[in-house]
Design a protein around this ligand. Structure first.
Ligand SMILES: [Zn+2]
Length: 340
């Protein structure tokens, strides 16, 4: 049987109710998974009685060359990987009867998470508001509105946007805060394990708040704990030079993020930075890419028949600078979301 527990990333205390921060030390939570692995992917999430969408998404894993594959995580309903985490979070809340019709809910997002949040809110008849920064991607704002959510643009940095959403008086479903969102990405590792012809040595993962990276890590860790894989692949956290919050945090450098064409990668220091620093050090590394490298990588992917947003192309830009290990690129968002 698979077992999960929601634990504080600081002191290890268990979550008592649905609080977002530990009542003892103030740190955010993470879902720990132990016990048996199930081939039926949904059975590895025992805290969800019924999924809204099938967690076995079967996004294609396609070959780009003899040693590089791409996991097409942009092929979800809202054209970004965020649906995987949002499906998990909303399915968990619905399983626990937290979400009632017309409940007012809020989220803060640079775009893709907001669109996914608006989509799932629409499915469940929730009254959704997404708080975004003034310079948010207009295509993503438009997508959020098309699902019927309200959009509030906030002056200031990413932290100010988050504060506005938290203080909105609505139920705050910020994707970075809820551990069940992060935990949704475990299924990527399970799908790779079940379906990859060659098990990868390395994964290149676009990194912003690190939820994707952390979820993938826990998925592979669960497989390793079950002795189904020899080792966790190297997990490379890829960031734009201009928006490298986690990297700067790890080397103790002052972090002043600049806008990048990879607009989904905000460059803020993540909520669980201390926790993730250890995981990255033990299981991989960070790689930074320039704006030119991102632009060129996206153009090359287009020529291969892959239309991804710049924020996804960072993974290919990083791979191009690295060795010939068997690698999987996580392609996170569709190119239709790009402005320009
Ligand atoms: Zn704690």
């Amino acid at each position: 049987m698979t077992e999960t527990s929601v634990k504080c990333t600081g002191c290890g205390s268990l979550r008592l109710d649905l609080e977002l921060f530990c009542r003892k030390c103030g740190n955010p939570f993470i879902v720990n998974v132990t016990g048996e692995y199930h081939n039926n992917i949904g059975d590895n999430f025992p805290y969800i009685s019924k999924f809204i969408l099938n967690p076995d998404t079967d996004t294609p894993l396609i070959s780009l060359n003899e040693y590089t594959w791409a996991k097409e995580e942009f092929l979800h309903p809202t054209l970004s990987y965020k649906d995987r985490g949002m499906n998990n979070l909303f399915s968990f809340l619905k399983s626990n009867n937290v979400l009632k019709n017309n409940l007012k809910v809020s989220e803060d997002s640079s775009g893709n998470a907001g669109a996914s949040f608006a989509f799932f809110s629409r499915m469940l008849n929730l009254d959704a508001t997404v708080f975004v920064s003034k310079n948010a991607n207009v295509n993503k704002i438009s997508q959020i509105k098309k699902y019927g959510a309200k959009v509030v643009q906030v002056e200031g940095n990413r932290k100010d946007v988050e504060t506005a959403a938290i203080n909105s008086g609505m139920m705050y479903l910020g994707h970075q805060s809820w551990p069940e969102f992060t935990d949704g990405f475990r299924s990527i590792s399970y799908e790779i394990y079940e379906k990859a012809e060659t098990f990868p040595d390395k994964l290149y993962i676009p990194f912003s708040t690190g939820t994707l990276y952390t979820g993938i890590y826990f998925g592979f860790k669960h497989l390793k704990d079950n002795n189904l894989i020899d080792q966790i692949p190297d997990l490379v956290a890829v960031m734009p030079e201009k928006a490298a919050g986690m990297h700067n945090f790890m080397i103790g450098k002052e972090n002043v993020p600049q806008p990048s064409i990879a607009d989904a990668l905000t460059g803020m220091i993540p909520l669980r930075a201390n926790f993730m620093k250890k995981i990255i050090k033990e299981n991989g590394k960070t790689i930074l890419v320039t704006e030119e490298e991102i632009f060129n990588a996206r153009s090359e992917l287009l020529k291969m028949g892959l239309d991804v947003e710049f924020s996804s192309a960072v993974s290919y830009a990083a791979k191009k600078k690295s060795g010939k290990e068997n690698s999987i690129l996580i392609l996170t968002g569709h190119g239709i979301k790009n402005v320009g």
